[in-house]
Design a protein around this ligand. Structure first.
Ligand code: FMN
Length: 218
């Protein structure tokens, strides 16, 4: 090939490559937009159809409308013991060796989330015992799996004590490099029955806004 023809062919091939590249960038969806996002909620209530489950259904409606996967794990009825500080998870770099099969499965599911919601009724101004027993073990032995996921908290109360429950749940995120989604009030909905909760307009709006902010963040 003569020098002139070679230059012409090179320019032609180069232009084609650049055009192809630009077209590819314009038409290819980025990984961020093509992967369906997933939110996993842990419900610490023993009542699968109780107030905390209702609160999660409010937030779930927003996720459904925005095509976000949403899964609830109800842990509150299970027989779960607390952390006994044996340190084996730390020394052997393993998930909690005392965790029962269900707990191990929940942790595996939590690993797959883009955002984790911790939801609990208030028991004597704090998190339910079962929820705390599970979270202490899950986060002490597995915190590295949850780092950089978005975290959010939902608290139900009959009347009061929400702030301490809310703060207690957020501790798991804020020691673990997890950006926390917030709302237009602290994320609490209150009442004795689901009918009462449905009357708590501000509580419902707070949950809806929380869902929108989680979506923004993921
Ligand atoms: C053992 C126990 C302790 C409770 N302590 C409080 C409390 O400190 N403050 C409060 O407002 N409600 C308290 N409640 C009420 C529940 O937090 C409230 O009814 C909650 O919405 C129940 O959620 P669930 O239906 O998802 O289980 C308590 C309930 C139980 C069973």
């Amino acid at each position: 090939m003569k020098k002139r023809e070679f230059i012409k062919a090179s320019i032609f091939a180069g232009t084609g490559l650049i055009a192809g590249n630009i077209w590819g960038r314009l038409t290819k969806k980025s990984d961020k937009t093509s992967k369906k996002k997933k939110v996993i909620a842990i419900n610490g209530s023993p009542n699968e159809n109780g107030n905390t489950a209702y609160a999660l259904s409010v937030i779930g409606e927003i996720f459904k409308n925005e095509n976000i996967k949403f899964e609830i794990i109800h842990i509150g009825k299970n027989d779960i013991r607390g952390c006994i500080a044996c340190m084996r998870c730390h020394n052997e770099q393993t998930v909690c060796v005392h965790a029962v099969a269900e707990e191990k499965a929940w942790i595996e599911t939590m690993k797959t989330a883009d955002a984790l919601i911790l939801a609990s009724p208030t028991y004597f101004g704090g998190i339910t015992g079962t929820m705390k027993s599970f979270l202490d073990k899950a986060f002490y032995s597995g915190s590295k799996y949850f780092s950089h996921k978005v975290g959010a908290t939902i608290v139900t109360t009959r009347r009061t004590g929400a702030s301490m429950t809310f703060e207690g749940l957020n501790q798991y995120f804020t020691i673990n490099q997890m950006p926390v989604a917030s709302s237009t009030y602290w994320n609490n909905i209150r009442g004795l029955t689901i009918d009462d909760l449905q009357q708590d307009g501000e509580g419902i709006r707070t949950l809806q806004n929380l869902a929108k902010n989680i979506i923004e963040m993921i």
